[in-house]
Design a protein around this ligand. Sequence first.
Ligand code: BGC
Length: 476
Amino acid sequence: MYGVNAFHTLRVQKYLECFHLPLEKLQEISARLKKDFNRGLGKHTHHRAAVKMLPTFVTATPDGTEKGDFLALDLGGTNFRVLHIRVNEDEQRVMKSQNCAIPQEMMVGTGEQLFDHIAACLGEFVNSQDLKGQTLPLGFTFSFPCEQKEIDKSILIRWTKGFNCSGVEGEDVVKLLKEAIHRRGDYDIGSVAMVNDTVGTMMSCGYKDQSCEIGMIIGTGTNACYMEELKNVKRVEGMEVKEGENRRMCINTEWGGFGDDGALKDILTEYDEEVDRTSINPGIHTFEKMISGMYLGEIVRLVLVKLTQEKLLFNGETSKALLTPGTFETRFISEIEKEDKGVENTKKILADLGLTSNAVDLHIVRLICDTISSRSARLCAAALATIVNRIRVNRKLDHLKTTVGVDGAVYRKHPNFSEELQDMVRRLAPQCDINFIVSEDGSGKGAAMVTAVAQRYVCILAYSCAKINIVVQKKI
Ligand code: BGC
């Protein structure tokens, strides 16, 4: 703070106050989310629930005996990946992987174009790996909210994170993928298991640590899944649980949708409202827009513009770049907040944006980044605390020891995000002892793990009058 005019800083802090969330507020937010979890799981309430609590039909975590070769597709963030994974007693090895870009226009084009592109990339990979003659089982990580009907039937509820392809919402994504592969006709795949990236992350970490029963992503988007008691999953009919049985199912919370019904109105700032208004999907994924990598940079940019217009930054002079949406990338926040190179990085980033800065500006820009990333970490902590507290109460434990598998660039790359999140969860869930594992290639490997576990257990879902009647789990 040296050399910084105190009055000036005070005025800046006044503008940033709206982002501050004290412990009591976070406790309140966690209590609201707890109610939303119940609504999402409820038989009669889930249709209108903002937090969807989607059943995944994943009822078992790895036990270490899974093995085999699998293909995995990972679609959901900025990149699309194809992987060949070998699972055996002591490792899940990525034999080969390939990144395929998804051009911006394809993200908002037709669904057919998107799936043809995915099938083409997979075909190229299968060919290059000499896997063409084999029909390997495929784990498909599709990181969007889907109403999963079975492990290989998954209806897209809505696009998020900048995707908006026509003709996919309301459709079975596995069917669209298979149709695209058949349109090509030059290779085939075996059974398909659909997973959300949170589930993939939990499953891949679960292979190393069998107490891992939560998966969390803080990257382009944000979300978490956890193992819920089957008896509480009222929205899936026919899952009878006998007295004393501890059967569980992984629930994809889709916590990004928290607040879509106005539940977070009191903490939304004018900057959040602007980000939402100018997004591709206004009114959708309110919580995600306050937290994840797709939006954090834009929030910072809007605050920078505001403070410049108020003559608290850059001598009151904006630049064309600063006034252009999307120019302040989320990765800049991590670079600016770095302990050692932060000041140097800030100078360079601001200069690249055509801004002339002095020492006070550098300090203020860092303060803004810190405020926005810290709010994100604290909100995630409140949401994660809701999950761990719920698991503890579900199991009637005084004390819960559990592991969370985590992935996503915001969590991994920001210099102190993970630390702040962890500290805050510990304060919000003092009766829980939580271990965090960062997953490596989690969503890809995890998709293979779900496929492997699904092969270990065959779920036969018998339908009667369009209603799930009975679920039999049979060990192969
Ligand atoms: C999606 C989730 C996904 C999360 C993290 C959100 O936008 O709705 O399904 O898990 O992003 O990738």
